[in-house]
Write a protein that binds this ligand. Sequence first.
Ligand SMILES: NC(=O)c1ccc[n+]([C@@H]2O[C@H](COP(=O)([O-])OP(=O)(O)OC[C@H]3O[C@@H](n4cnc5c(N)ncnc54)[C@H](O)[C@@H]3O)[C@@H](O)[C@H]2O)c1
Length: 82
Amino acid sequence: MKVLVTGSAGFIGNNLSEKLLNRGDEVIGIDNLNDYYDVTLKEARLDKIIIHNNFTEARINLEIEMLLLMYSKPTNQIVLLT
Ligand SMILES: NC(=O)c1ccc[n+]([C@@H]2O[C@H](COP(=O)([O-])OP(=O)(O)OC[C@H]3O[C@@H](n4cnc5c(N)ncnc54)[C@H](O)[C@@H]3O)[C@@H](O)[C@H]2O)c1
């Protein structure tokens, strides 16, 4: 399955992404790595999942860019955790 996860560097979105990737799903992860809390923590989370070939990182702000991405990479599921 191809899943678009927003908040993929966040606590829940990153855990979810990792589980999906480990079971063989393809994940497109959106996160702007905002500084609401320590950004190095978010970067460390991303380091864990970026090693998967079926992970696409989209470091973008969730606005019009999301719609453009959705059109260019159709998915089966969208999980919003921002
Ligand atoms: N953690 C909990 O116990 C809990 C409980 C209830 C509800 N929630 C909700 O679930 C969601 C995820 O929670 P979390 O703990 O993983 O939060 P988190 O802050 O760790 O993760 C959210 C991620 O979204 C990213 N983000 C925020 N705004 C963005 C934007 N405009 N564009 C792109 N990325 C953006 C942030 O950089 C962050 O990495 C939140 O909406 C939170 O309010 C969490």
